[in-house]
Design a protein around this ligand. Structure first.
Ligand code: MN
Length: 290
């Protein structure tokens, strides 16, 4: 199943080239009162809702995918865990490019560990990327993203993929510079998730998926997840040795080589095999005049 959010917080299931509007099912999710939970209520209930979602898909009102505005498939991620330098060739390019490494040594993932991005940086493909500091270099990073479906702590690598609700494409947009990663990569709109959440049955063999990114039709990144330094399972096991993972938590698995800058008006096309393609526009933020 491919699950999406679209237009004004509608819930959809992809059916061929159309989106079936199954929002009525979301209305039956438990309502939470303060303090709100640390998980995404829809992702937490996805297994239980699956039979109904499947049944409603055929009868629900449908719209052409091209006519809807796609939002992030995860509405309320509790945290965004991200892998730095998780492809060897990206590590090589980062070490060779002073604009990426900023004269600080780029450590291998075993030494660098993982990092967190602000959840407020999440947008969907329709909302696009807004550069707030056009005087700085702002790069695209296409990544396979795993979305956690179950509470997991100290999960073994062999059990890790069983904790996943699904996969989507992620853009880990990055302002280059000397500051901490969590600062540079948490700019509003710098985490693009989309175009939908593909459940694991749609996305087999996550260790062998082609992924790519074009800017204005020009190929920038093209790689395969078989070249991940830490596999998806190892990343989840590693993350869960530090953080309790909750339904809706987002795991960005790292970008391959070919990162580069984007500018106002660019259109990025990101692809991950077995998931799909999303187009994401880039614009520059123009603060309101005082
Ligand atoms: Mn990244």
């Amino acid at each position: 199943m491919r699950l999406c959010r679209f237009d004004e917080n509608r819930l959809g299931v992809i059916y061929g080239e159309e989106v079936a509007d199954v929002s009525a099912i979301a209305e039956r999710l438990a309502a939470y009162r303060y303090p709100l939970p640390h998980f995404d209520p829809l992702i937490a209930q996805l297994d239980a809702l699956r039979p109904e979602l499947d049944a409603n898909t055929k009868t629900a009102k449908r719209h052409a995918i091209s006519r809807v505005r796609l939002l992030s498939p995860v509405a309320n991620p509790g945290k965004i865990v991200a892998a730095p330098v998780n492809y060897q060739k990206h590590l090589d390019e980062a070490r060779a490019d002073s604009e990426i490494h900023n004269n600080s040594q780029v450590a291998v993932i075993e030494k660098a560990g993982l990092f967190l991005k602000a959840t407020s940086s999440v947008v969907g493909p329709h909302e696009g990327v807004t550069i707030s500091h056009p005087d700085r270099r702002n790069d695209h990073e296409v990544e396979l993203v795993a979305v956690v479906g179950k509470v997991a702590r100290d999960v073994a690598e062999k059990d890790a993929l069983g904790c996943i609700a699904g996969y989507c494409i992620g853009l880990d947009m990055s302002m280059r510079g000397t500051e901490d990663r969590s600062f540079r990569k948490s700019v509003d709109s710098f985490t693009v998730l989309g175009p939908w959440l593909s459940t694991p049955d749609e996305c087999r063999d996550v260790g062998n998926l082609h992924l790519s990114l074009d800017v204005n039709g020009e190929k920038r990144q093209s790689a395969n997840t078989r070249d991940l330094v830490f596999s998806v399972a190892r990343l989840i096991a590693y993350a869960s040795s530090i953080y309790t993972l909750h339904p809706g938590d987002v795991i960005m698995t790292g970008t391959p080589e070919g990162v580069g800058p984007v500018k106002d008006g660019d259109v990025m096309t990101a692809y991950v095999e077995n998931i799909g393609t999303m187009q994401v526009g880039v614009r520059v933020r123009r603060p309101p005049l005082a």
